[in-house]
Design a protein around this ligand. Structure first.
Ligand code: ADP
Ligand code: MG
Length: 877
């Protein structure tokens, strides 16, 4: 649909010239020393700041330098097709490159090139483990060239974050990046900011982040006890409402609507007249309680961890710590599960990934699976997709689906297939969609006596996720993993020797020095060192116990760092051993056909199925994939329609396995229907979200202005004048209408402060412009007076700081309230849809009005507070 290149032109032609340049420059670089490479980069930095950013020579040299540095540090030379991928990223596009093609390395060159301007580049990964792995692994390349590499990890404190964000190339997870952004927009002191202005980012596994996670906004919230009761009551009410009679479920859209009968019953049960009232709304609570009861299930959509409901990502099966469903759904589920500590929560800040990534002047992304969602990337993010060829020919074989009449026969067949493979030694990776299914299969395999690894979203397994997945290509290994658990981890046939060596080293050392936890590599040996320092005898023991290994180790000088060295040596000895072993094993696995991926359910999107399949046949390895399905699978049940069932009846199929082309085709079209359906949903959500996004920008702009202002006078006066304009306008209007004018308490206090009597206002109703000027002068004088007093007694900066805090207090307060009102508005809007009005226009209009009120209230409160309150002469912050 979207033609990236004129007809007949390939991606190679597009970048041929640049690619040739890079290859030419590389030849020059080979003879240079490391420090010469570094100074070439420095020189390039200088040119990049001076010359045209798009300068092709700088681009080629940047890429060539990265390739050369990569050879020298991590011993990998970027293939031409990898450079090509890098050029695509640099052009602000998505590079679709299959799993195992080395995308981590691909990102280094465009990252380096875009950081030459002196502004940081963010490389966004999906979890802490990958961010750390990539920063350590790829960081060596950048450091050789004199660039600084930053790494953000979830447990880091703000100071560490700030330091890391200030570097040239920063590895960070999507969640950290966004939460830091939201928090930066809540600080009251510039010094507390951790991020710098955005420049360029490369999003790894871009489809996970921009599509799968696009529907749940990231929310910072605080607890409030106000609304708790409503959730409980609504939960009670929901028990007395019947499906089809009182409400209707739209399973496809995950939506529930009340019928007339349902509304009546709700009124009766709650003893309220208008459950839709904006002052005391009940409908959102009731609908959420019903959704919680009929659409969200434990162990499928969430798990209960202690006293928390933790969301399971429906695409990856991974648990999403710290994420919450918005608009009260989360609390409704807590009420359903009767979780004691339930508190309502007040949203302080929220943003979706969609809007967040729009803040960058340029973004790019990489993944193995983007093409099927090309339209969405192009339309919503303005991100074209370029598909890059694989370095070696892909040899994976995707076999036809097996379809079973019911689930029992399906799972039995899968277990039997695993048993069959296990007896030959061929590794199998089974992808499941839910924790429950993983466990069912695991149970079955136990009865078949097939040893296997179970990997699901349960917290106790998350830490081992990468390790288990990395070994899924070992001889005899059977691995069950929820959808894409361990995404980003390379599955090597024969296993991953690095992981194995690290594991064995850890095992040996753990045995020797007790239960202390430390990791290799990544190396946190502080505890070990401390233990050894405290108890030098331990070291002797260590040596004794390691006698066989230590005889071949060079322990060298016996300073403190010898422990590092010792472990390093131990690790590399083991690594050599494992490398040899896995190589042999890899050949064996290849001869058995490579990794065999079994899908157990078609996912709602072809892309997710492709991700699973893509686990096999990496880098030209042999491999195959097959889906085992049943007619009871949700996709067929919900979206397949009656046609499939009918055909089944007609065919009078008796055998268990249906290898029918018709069924497979019907499934494909059902899947595409769902894809389209979800896309539309995301598009609508996005449209509504744009409204809030614009408002967020207004507020954040205001905040930023306050944050960067040191002398507050102008801002205070600007706000005062706005307030006076409205006040005078109000007087004028009332006067013209002949209405009585009532002055609010706050206005009277303000006038008192300024030594103005109420009478003066009434006396001057015919001379309003003059009155306004007078009031304005009084305010100005009052403020000037205040400044003078402060400069005499302490320092006028104290007053400025104090006022700055007043601004923040009200901006934040009203913004939080506004967010809440907006979510109620959104609920209210979907009901208006029934009244034949265009719900979006309705929403947009009301939202604009709402913001207007919010801004006015905020402004007035600031003005009143600044002029009425008795300033305390201390600065609390
Ligand atoms: P992807 O993210 O595309 O799935 P990774 O970045 O995890 O792939 O890399 C997969 C493997 O390919 C890694 O083990 C890496 O060492 C290897 N690799 C990447 N680039 C090269 C290269 N140019 N030459 C040899 N091996 C490479
Ligand atoms: Mg990767």
């Amino acid at each position: 649909m979207i033609k990236l290149f004129p007809q007949g032109k390939t991606i190679w032609d597009e970048y041929k010239q640049t690619l040739n340049n890079i290859n030419d420059i590389e030849k020059e670089l080979i003879s240079l020393s490391d420090s010469e490479l570094k100074s070439r980069t420095l020189k390039l930095k200088y040119f990049a700041s001076k010359e045209d950013k798009e300068d092709k020579n700088i681009l080629a040299e940047g890429f060539a330098l990265t390739r050369e540095a990569s050879k020298r540090t991590i011993n990998l030379r970027q293939y031409d097709v990898q450079l090509l991928g890098g050029l695509v990223l640099n052009d602000g596009k998505i590079a679709e490159m299959k799993t195992g093609e080395g995308k981590t390395l691909v990102s280094t060159a465009p990252a380096l090139f875009n950081s030459l301007s002196g502004r940081g580049v963010h490389i966004v990964t999906i979890n802490d483990y990958l961010a750390k792995r990539d920063a350590e692994w790829m960081g060596q390349i950048h450091r050789l060239l004199g660039l600084k590499v930053g790494l953000i990890q979830s447990e880091m404190v703000p100071e560490e974050r700030k330091i890391n964000y200030s570097r040239d190339i920063i590895y960070v997870t999507n969640a950290d990046l966004v939460f830091d952004f939201l928090k930066d927009n809540m600080v009251t002191d510039k010094k507390e900011l951790v991020q710098n202005s955005f420049n360029f980012c490369i999003i790894d596994e871009v489809d996970s982040i921009l599509i799968d996670e696009a529907r749940t906004p990231l929310i910072i919230s605080r607890e409030s006890v106000l609304l708790v009761e409503k959730y409980f009551k609504a939960n009670e009410v929901s028990k007395y409402l019947e499906d089809k009679k009182h409400f209707e479920i739209d399973e496809k859209a995950k939506r529930i609507s009340l019928t007339e009968k349902g509304l009546d019953r709700t009124k009766l049960l709650l003893k309220v007249d208008d459950p839709y009232s904006i002052q005391d709304p009940w409908i959102p609570y009731i609908l959420n309680a019903l959704k919680a009861r009929y659409l969200f299930f434990c162990d499928i959509h969430y798990i209960i961890k202690g006293k928390d409901i933790v969301i399971i990502d429906e695409f990856t099966g991974r648990i999403m710590e710290g994420r919450k469903w918005g608009d009260g759904l989360h609390q409704a589920i807590e009420a359903k599960e009767n979780i004691q500590v339930l508190t309502g929560s007040e949203t302080l800040a929220s943003i979706t990934y969609q809007n967040f990534f729009r803040l960058y002047p340029k973004i790019s992304g990489m993944t193995g699976t983007a093409k099927t969602e090309e339209l969405e990337f192009e339309n919503i993010y303005d991100l074209p997709v370029s598909v890059l060829p694989t370095y070696e020919k892909m040899k994976r074989q995707d076999d036809l689906d097996f379809i079973f009449i019911d689930e029992i026969s399906k799972w039995r067949a899968i277990a039997q297939e695993c048993l069959k493979m296990y007896s030959t030694g061929r590794p199998v990776l089974v992808g499941t969609t839910t924790i429950q299914n993983s466990e069912i299969l695991s149970q079955l395999l136990v009865t078949y006596s097939v040893p296997h690894q179970l990997l699901n979203a349960k917290p106790e397994n998350v830490r081992k996720e990468s390790w288990i997945v990395s070994q899924a290509g070992c001889l005899n290994s059977i691995t069950i993993a929820t959808n894409m658990a361990g995404r980003g981890t390379d599955i090597l046939l024969g296993g991953n020797p690095e992981f194995k060596a690290a594991e064995s080293t850890r095992f040996i050392l753990n045995k020797l020095i007790g239960k202390d936890k430390f990791f290799i590599p990544g190396i946190n040996l502080i505890k070990l060192k401390r233990a050894l320092k405290k108890n030098p005898k331990l070291f002797v023991d260590l040596q004794k116990n390691l006698s066989t290994l230590l005889t071949v180790l060079d322990v060298g000088d016996r300073k403190l760092n010898m422990f590092d060295k010792l472990i390093f040596n131990l690790n590399s000895q083991l690594l050599t051993k494992y490398k040899k072993k896995t190589k042999e094993e890899s050949e064996l696995v290849k001869s058995l056909g490579g990794l065999y991926v079994i899908g157990t359910e078609r996912h709602e999107s072809r892309r997710i199925d492709n991700q699973l399949r893509g686990r096999a046949g990496r880098q030209g390895n042999p491999g195959s994939s097959r889906f085992f399905l049943s007619l009871n699978d949700p996709l067929i049940r919900i979206f397949g329609g009656d046609k499939i069932q009918e055909t089944m009846q007609k065919l009078k199929i008796e055998s268990e396995i249906l290898d029918s082309k018709f069924l497979s085709d019907s499934l494909n079209s059902a899947q595409q229907k769902v894809e389209g359906f979800h896309y539309d949903q995301r598009k609508t959500l996005n449209k509504y979200d744009q409204v809030l996004d614009k408002q967020r920008k207004v507020i954040y702009y205001l905040r930023e202005k306050v944050l960067s202002t040191t002398i507050m006078r102008d801002l205070v006066m600007e706000f005062s004048e706005g307030f006076l304009d409205d006040f005078i306008e109000y007087l004028d209007l009332q006067n013209k209408k002949g209405n009585n004018i009532t002055l609010s308490k706050r206005i009277v206090s303000l006038l008192n402060r300024l030594s103005i009597s109420n009478g003066m206002i009434y006396d001057n109703l015919e001379r309003l412009p003059k009155l306004k000027k007078f009031l304005y002068e009084q305010l100005w004088a009052s403020y000037a007076c205040k400044e003078f007093r402060y400069s005499c007694s302490t320092d006028s900066r104290v007053l400025d700081r104090y006022n700055q805090l007043i601004f923040f207090r009200y901006i934040d307060f009203f913004w939080f309230k506004h967010l809440e009102n907006m979510s109620f508005l959104l609920d209210a809007t979907s009901w208006e849809g029934y009244a034949q009005k265009d719900p979006f226009l309705q929403y947009d209009e009301s939202a604009a009005k709402l913001l207007n009120y919010t801004l006015k209230d905020c402004r007035d409160s600031i003005v009143f507070d600044i002029f009425i309150s008795n300033l305390i002469l201390t600065d609390n912050n």
